[in-house]
Write a protein that binds this ligand. Structure first.
Ligand code: ADP
Ligand code: 5GP
Length: 198
C-alpha cells in the first residue's frame, strides 16, 4: 500500500485588505509568533523616504533593473502606482524561502493578489478586515500618518477593495491583533494539511 503523504508545508500567504485594516500589524505579530514565517518586502523604483532602508522597508531598484527583472519574469506581480513608481513582488525571494522550508507572507492590493492567483496559483490568499466599516476610518485617523484628503481617498479605495473579498480563500477579522495573528497561523497550518487536488 502507498502511504499518504503531503507536500512540504511551506506556503506563500498573500494578504489583502483595506488600508488601515491592520495588515502590517498582524503580519508583524504572526512572524514574531512563527519563526518559519518570513515577510516578503516589495521591490520599488521610488527613492527611499526619511529613514527607510534597503532590505528593511523595501528593496530599492533602479527603473532599468526593475524593467530587466520584470521582462525576465522576476515578479509574481508588479504595477505602476500613482502613475509614477513601479512596485513588485520578487519571485526569487519567495521561491528561495519556500525551498528553505520557510513560509512567506506578502501584503498586496487586490489587483496584485489577482495577478498572483495567475502567476502562483498555489499561494493561499487571505482577506483581512476590521470588525466593521467605521473601524477602518478610526484606525486610519488613529494611526495619524495621513492627511484628511489621504484618509478620504483611502476610504473610497477601501470600499472598492472590500468588494473583492469573495475572491479570497480565507477571511480574517482583525478585531484583536493577537487573535487575528493566531487565525493567520491557523490558515497556514490548515493549508499545510490540505490534500492537494488530484
Ligand atoms: P495596514 O497595514 O493594513 O494599512 P496597519 O497595520 O498600519 O494597517 O494598522 C492601522 C492602524 O490600526 C495602526 O495604527 C495599528 O496600530 C491599528 N491596529 C491594527 N490592528 C488593530 C486592532 N486589532 N485593534 C486596534 N487597532 C489596530
Ligand atoms: P509607498 O510608496 O507609499 O510606500 O507605497 C505606495 C503604494 O504602493 C502602496 O499603497 C501599495 O499599494 C503599493 N505597493 C507597495 N508594494 C507593492 C507591491 O509589491 N506590489 C504592488 N502591486 N503594489 C505595491
Amino acid at each position: 500500500m502507498t502511504w499518504p503523504t503531503l507536500p512540504p508545508p511551506a506556503r506563500l500567504l498573500v494578504i489583502s485588505g483595506p488600508s488601515g485594516s491592520g495588515k502590517s500589524t498582524v503580519i508583524q505579530r504572526a512572524c514574531a509568533l512563527e519563526p518559519r514565517l518570513v515577510r516578503c518586502l516589495s521591490c520599488t523604483t521610488r527613492a527611499p523616504r526619511g529613514a527607510e532602508r534597503d532590505g528593511v522597508d523595501y528593496w530599492f531598484l533602479s527603473q532599468e533593473e526593475f524593467d530587466r527583472r520584470a521582462a525576465a519574469g522576476g515578479f509574481l506581480e508588479h504595477a505602476v502606482v500613482f502613475g509614477k513608481a513601479s512596485y513588485g513582488t520578487p519571485r526569487a525571494f519567495v521561491e528561495q524561502q519556500l525551498s528553505a522550508g520557510n513560509s512567506v507572507i506578502k501584503d498586496v492590493d487586490v489587483q496584485g493578489a489577482a495577478q498572483i492567483r495567475a502567476s502562483f496559483p498555489q499561494a493561499v490568499q487571505v482577506f483581512l478586515i476590521p470588525p466593521d466599516a467605521d473601524e477602518v476610518e478610526r484606525r486610519l485617523r488613529g494611526r495619524g500618518t495621513d492627511a484628511d484628503e489621504v484618509v478620504a481617498r483611502r476610504l473610497a479605495e477601501a470600499e472598492r477593495e472590500v468588494a473583492r473579498w469573495q475572491h479570497y480563500d480565507y477571511l480574517v477579522v482583525n478585531a484583536e491583533v493577537e487573535r487575528a495573528a493566531a487565525d493567520l497561523l491557523a490558515v497556514l497550518r490548515a493549508s499545510a494539511l490540505r490534500i492537494p487536488p488530484r
